[in-house]
Design a protein around this ligand. Structure first.
Ligand code: ATP
Ligand code: AMO
Length: 433
């Protein structure tokens, strides 16, 4: 027994051919003397039609016993059938159940939305992931990841892997997960920041797609304790250069999804946003003025939360846009203050509506300035000796950004809860499955 065909290959053109298909049962419709079994495989669906008068008592009895989620193989003949997916069905000659579903799943895996809460689904995530909606979301994710790799590789970026077990914090505010590292305390990396910066010395242009770990105590729909970050860093560039790179990368991603995920977009009933370059840019200070005019009591120097952004009813703020030139005090120590106005720094956030997608900046590349910024932020330069020592050997001027892959997927696929943009979400309440 070997699979001879996938569901998508079973069409009217295959009439009278014998096939062996394999997959899992997504639905069974029993109409007395005829039973329809819909089998799903990685490419789609195929209908197996067992009519008592055609297949004989024994096989018919077996077909009637098949339960949703059972994984099975069917050998049979293809017959054109307008009412079936792809316009053909398989009349079974033999059915082999590889693994019988023991009981009904606590939720449906057909249909667009699930009637049960997300926690019930996540408790049985692998079954939940059989839903077509999530199938579409993760096929879009696949395109996004491939498009990023293509786009950056074409411009001679080197894909790197940096340590996830590290000795010191990099992202000020975001809390660390401590771990045991032999006889010492260590941490899970909040971002590849310092390593990607160092690697510009050797390779000039680098990127990484990998996990970041953040002990986020809040229960929100946009934070994960383990997220996937797309980190990009480039030598001899400033924040203007990497903003231009980031927006072209977003365009390439969107074009790729439009091109490669037509059926998924149709199923999800969504369209990719229409974009024009360059994306709008608003300075932090201008936005604070606007927010204050709109009645928000937000002082200059505070971070801007999505809740606050929602109070700005400005349609130019619906799609992608940059907020640039943040107060130096709101950003980590490695971000370069502006030479003519050091209260603000050469930094940006890429937003999609009220949601932050990415942040980036021009970095400090002089050792004395970096030490000074560490001290101002209450960090001990000694703890960063492993990092600071490379600055004696010609670290180039450089700039980069980090983009949350799940955040981007939320925006593009219109996902309400970030947990559905990742396979096995981690949050303050969830460490399993
Ligand atoms: P019911 O239980 O609704 O009275 P039935 O026992 O009379 O149905 P059929 O009329 O053969 O059985 O088919 C039941 C349903 O399945 C009908 O809605 C019919 O349109 C549909 N149907 C019949 N044959 C096929 C087929 N080969 N592929 C898909 N759908 C089919
Ligand atoms: P920042 O801390 O802004 O910047 O993170 C970059 C992007 O990562 C995503 N992100 C998250 N997504 C889901 N859950 C989380 N808990 C989470 N935390 C962050 C967001 C965010 O915009 N080193 C800098 C980047 C740089 O300057 O290159 C950094 O980490 O989309």
């Amino acid at each position: 027994w070997r699979r001879t065909h996938y569901s998508k290959e079973v069409g009217p053109a295959m009439a009278d051919r014998e096939v062996v298909i394999m997959g899992w049962v997504s639905s069974v419709r029993d109409h007395g003397n005829i039973s329809f079994i819909i089998i799903k495989d990685m490419h789609g669906e195929v209908q197996v039609t067992a009519k008592k008068s055609e297949v004989g008592e024994q096989l018919f009895a077996l077909a009637k016993e098949v339960k949703e989620h059972t994984s099975l193989g069917v050998r049979g003949k293809v017959r054109p059938q307008e009412k079936a997916p792809n316009g053909a069905e398989v009349v079974p000659a033999e059915i082999k159940a590889f693994s019988v579903a023991k009981k009904a799943a606590p939720f449906m895996t057909t249909g667009k939305s699930s009637p049960v809460g997300i926690d019930t689904r996540l408790d049985l995530r692998a079954v939940d992931l059989r839903r077509q909606q999530l199938g579409s979301i993760f096929r879009i994710r696949q395109t996004v990841v491939n498009a990023i790799r293509e786009f950056l590789s074409r411009q001679d970026f080197i894909e790197v892997s940096t340590p996830k077990m590290i000795a010191t914090a990099t992202e000020g505010g975001a809390a660390l997960f401590p771990i045991f590292y032999y006889d010492r305390e260590a941490f899970l990396a909040q971002s590849p920041q310092l390593y990607k910066e160092q690697l510009t010395m050797a390779f000039e242009s680098v990127f990484e797609i990998g996990p970041i770990f953040r002990a986020e105590p809040s229960r929100t729909n946009r934070h994960l304790s383990e997220a996937t970050s797309v980190d990009v860093e480039r030598a001899f560039a400033d924040y203007g250069d990497v903003m231009a790179l980031l927006e072209r990368m977003i365009i390439h991603i969107i074009d790729s999804v439009k091109d490669r995920n037509k059926a998924d977009l149709e199923f999800l009933e969504i369209a990719m946003p229409a974009l024009e370059l360059p994306f709008p840019k608003y300075s932090y200070s201008d936005l604070i003025d606007k927010l204050q005019e709109a009645g928000e009591r937000i002082p200059w120097g505070d971070d801007i939360s999505p809740q606050v952004m929602k109070s700005l009813q400005d349609e130019r703020l619906n799609g992608f846009y940059f907020i640039v030139d943040w107060p130096t005090s709101t950003k980590p120590f490695y971000v370069k203050p502006k030479a003519d106005d050091p209260k603000v720094c050469e930094s940006f956030d890429l937003m999609y509506g009220p949601l932050e997608m990415s942040s980036g900046s021009t970095r400090i590349n002089r050792k004395d300035q970096l030490i000074e910024r560490m001290q101002k932020q209450g960090l001990k330069p000694d703890a960063f000796d492993y990092h600071l020592r490379v600055f004696d050997f010609g670290v180039p001027p450089h700039a980069g950004f980090g983009m949350g892959l799940e955040r981007l997927l939320m925006a593009l696929a219109k996902i309400e809860n970030i947990r559905d943009a990742t396979f096995y979400p981690r949050d303050i309440d969830r460490l399993a499955p």
